[in-house]
Design a protein around this ligand. Structure first.
Ligand SMILES: NC(=O)c1ccc[n+]([C@@H]2O[C@H](COP(=O)([O-])OP(=O)(O)OC[C@H]3O[C@@H](n4cnc5c(N)ncnc54)[C@H](OP(=O)(O)O)[C@@H]3O)[C@@H](O)[C@H]2O)c1
Length: 233
């Protein structure tokens, strides 16, 4: 892994991923909305930014050229296919054999085997309906985006984040294949560690074509299941 691209680099997750990637010595390029370029000023000339919306196919084509890995923040903004447009552009233009890592939440299910609490189901249904009615966000489009990723024959990983909080790193999160696994019960991860897992996935071939649901390794549920080392990345 030499050069990587971060799609959605100016957001909170994007900036944490940038720090972790630079720490590993990767060359970093990224895409963010033109209005957000200034948020990245503190990285100076350590990164190269391609201003543009993340579903702008011509910008994505340029940005991912020559990259060994692409980290994509999959955000369901608006109601005009932003997340699916972003994912499709990455799938279409990434270099053959590049590692493609996408972020989303636990509500995404790859195989329908996830078991959700009533609270998460109610929140997702409520938020989804309100967000769509206000034309603010479209969770169904994030589902469509991941459907396309799961169906692709690229070397993808879809990292499904729990609830997030800010704070110092607690180390690389642990993961399970399905929400509902007791390992995940604490449902909390530091945002910097979500980013750490995304960057880690670039070089962990065990995560190719997996959709890990992650949780902090310091959480009570992870500690209670610490013996299940096979699930610890
Ligand atoms: N928030 C949570 O609790 C949570 C939980 C689990 C998983 N996740 C996942 O984590 C990832 C990052 O989410 P986050 O909540 O932590 O936010 P974030 O890292 O701040 O990222 C939000 C991204 O969306 C962009 N954005 C904001 N408003 C936009 C708009 N109107 N049109 C287009 N782009 C817009 C931001 O770009 P600008 O810098 O240009 O604004 C930024 O790149 C997502 O994949 C999400 O599904 C989040």
């Amino acid at each position: 892994m030499r050069k990587i691209c971060i799609i959605g680099i100016s957001g909170k997750l994007g900036q944490y991923m940038t720090r972790h990637a630079l720490d590993r010595g990767f060359e970093v390029v990224g895409v963010c909305r033109p209005d957000s370029v200034d948020k990245l000023a503190h990285f100076g000339n350590r990164i190269t930014v391609f201003p543009g919306r993340t579903n702008d196919r011509s910008v994505i084509r340029e940005a991912v050229r020559g990259c060994d890995g692409v980290l994509t923040v999959l955000a369901p903004w608006g109601v005009e296919g932003y997340a699916s447009g972003t994912a499709q552009a990455v799938l279409d233009f990434a270099e053959p054999g590049a590692r493609l890592i996408f972020s989303c939440g636990w509500h995404i299910s790859r195989d329908g085997q996830d078991r959700y609490s009533w609270k998460l189901r109610a929140f997702t249904a409520f938020f989804g309906r309100i967000a769509r009615a206000l034309r603010f966000a479209d969770l169904d489009d994030q589902v469509e985006a991941t459907r396309r990723i799961f169906a692709s024959d690229t070397d993808w990983t879809v990292v499904r984040g729990s609830d997030l909080e800010e704070g110092e790193s607690e180390g690389l999160p642990v993961w399970a294949r399905h929400v509902g696994d007791p390992l995940l019960a604490s449902n909390l991860t530091r945002r910097t560690d979500f980013a750490l897992f995304m960057v880690h996935a670039l070089t962990d071939d065990r995560l190719i074509r997996e959709a890990p649901a992650i949780v902090s390794r310091a959480s009570a549920s992870a500690q209670a299941h610490a013996g299940r080392t096979s699930l610890f990345a």
